[in-house]
Design a protein around this ligand. Structure first.
Ligand SMILES: [Fe+2]
Ligand SMILES: [Fe+2]
Length: 488
């Protein structure tokens, strides 16, 4: 007697609609679900090979976005990072929203991609999307030298949320841009930060983040570029993009907090050690380094580097692409909705610092062409306000020091000043002077080596590396000895 067996291929039905926290009715869009089902495992492969190295099994106390309600949009719990529930969440829809600027101002906001702006819109989404995985790649090895479990957890929080931002952009591409959108979503997983053959699109996202001071500077300066870009896209006449970016901004605030408080804690520790040792002159670099903390001139050079590299992300100050995107109603100005003008800028001008006839001078440019210059100025104001908050730490410390953001023309590779040498105060200098003084202005190999020498992992609960002060408060109101990451 023979028994007939039927070979059954086990089909595992993964309910992505349930697995992926979303408020976009994922379960009702079969085509999109199929696209996401294909993309999701590729994302996980990318995460496992390019995400935080050595911590894929660790239980991390993470915040997960689960809804778009401003009160209670996130939950905290221990998660293994590859099991993080990367969701698709858009800020809630405003009924009757109209296009807020440009030549379509006042028309109903687009719920589908307007054909004439398809290419422009896709390009903007791809550029934004590309930055998200890039920063995860840049920060991939930092976990190995974490100054504490608290910092390790914050790094991973930033990483998983950049992963979610990638999801957000991949969702828009797959939902609204058909086949080439799906290809672009895959390409986002295939470029690599710093890779010679397939680099990330923007320069700053191909730089290294080798040490924790770099990480704090990156989250303070470069994530703030992210904020400015998202704020401009949050104004978009293409409503799904606007709503996506508005929700991303909710998470972005924490990234900048990590940077701002991280640098503050570095400064506090340096001042504490200098005071103990009776050193008041910040230029006694060797003596300060002998205390095992970051000397202030090195910190200033790191500021100079991260600030100038980030300014390059804004593109050319005077730009017809930016004018076209504004005019089309696709990308607005920073907080367009709070600006009081006609939001069309047809006859307006904006003062732009330019390099003309061998000097730097301010010129009135048509406001439409100066959209990037304006966003850059808004960024500089926002970043400089943060630098001022750092400078309060020096008051009454007995150490006379002030951190300054360098001039906007300093050390630029993109835009108006890419062909001139300008010192941090904004003076044009010769190539010889630049060469001779470069090491005063930008981090040197010796600075980097010194910073790396401080990077020894501290993974005992409630303990901190000697170069950084503990935070003033725990995450989610947790006590000082809380186990933010359970390593196993
Ligand atoms: Fe992001
Ligand atoms: Fe971010």
């Amino acid at each position: 007697m023979s028994e007939q067996t039927t070979e059954m291929t086990p089909t595992i039905e993964v309910n992505y609609a349930d697995k992926i926290p979303n408020n976009v009715n994922l379960s009702e869009d079969r085509r999109l679900q199929r696209a996401m089902e294909k993309w999701q495992p590729e994302f996980i492969d990318w995460w496992k090979s390019m995400g935080p190295e050595g911590f894929q099994e660790a239980e991390v106390y993470l915040r997960t976005a689960v809804g778009a309600d401003p009160k209670g949009w996130a939950v905290f719990d221990y998660v293994k990072m590859p099991e993080y529930r990367w969701g698709i969440l858009l800020a809630s829809k405003e009924e009757g929203r109209v296009i807020p600027f440009g030549k379509h101002k006042g028309e109903p906001a687009w719920q589908e991609v307007p054909g004439e702006y398809r290419a422009m819109l896709k390009r903007l989404i791809v550029i934004q999307g590309d930055t998200e995985p890039a920063s995860v790649e840049q920060q991939r090895y930092l976990g190995k030298t974490c100054p504490s479990l608290y910092d390790l957890r914050n790094l991973f929080q930033v990483n998983v949320e950049e992963g979610r931002h990638l999801w957000a952009m991949a969702y828009l591409l797959q939902k609204y841009f058909g086949k080439d959108g799906r290809e672009e979503a895959e390409a986002l997983l295939n470029r690599r930060s710093g890779d010679e053959d397939k680099p990330r699109i923007l320069g700053a996202f191909n730089e290294k983040t080798p040490d924790w001071l770099s990480f704090f500077m990156f989250t303070f300066f470069t994530d703030r570029d992210g904020k400015m870009q998202l704020e401009s896209l949050a104004q978009s006449g293409f409503d799904p993009l606007a709503r996506t970016c508005r929700f991303m901004l909710t998470e972005e605030a924490h990234h900048m907090f990590v940077g701002e408080s991280g640098v503050s804690r570095v400064i506090r520790k340096t001042l504490e050690k200098m005071q103990e040792a009776g050193i008041s002159d910040p230029n006694e670099v060797e003596a300060v380094r002998a205390l095992g903390v970051v000397d202030l001139p090195t910190l200033q050079r790191k500021v100079n580097f991260h600030f100038s590299v980030t300014l390059d992300l804004f593109g050319a100050e005077v730009s017809t692409n930016a004018a076209n995107a504004f005019n089309a109603g696709i990308k607005g100005r920073y907080r367009e909705d709070r600006l009081e003008d006609n939001h069309q800028l047809l006859n307006d001008t904006y003062p732009v610092l330019r390099h003309l006839d061998g000097e730097l001078k301010e010129v009135e440019e048509p406001a439409l062409n100066a959209i990037n210059a304006r966003l850059l100025d808004d960024y500089i104001a926002d970043a400089t306000a943060g630098v001022k908050r750092w400078n309060k730490l020096f008051q009454g410390s007995g150490v006379d020091f002030e951190i300054t953001a360098p001039h906007k023309a300093f050390n630029r590779r993109v835009g108006e000043f890419c062909e001139v040498h300008v010192d941090p105060r904004g003076n044009l200098v010769s190539a010889e002077t630049w060469q001779a003084r470069r090491d005063e202005w930008l981090p040197t190999q010796a600075d980097e080596d010194y910073l790396l020498s401080l990077m020894k992992p501290v993974t005992e609960k409630g303990q901190y590396a000697d170069w950084i002060a503990p935070p003033k408060q725990g995450i989610d109101k947790k006590p000082g000895d809380f186990e933010y990451v359970a390593l196993n």
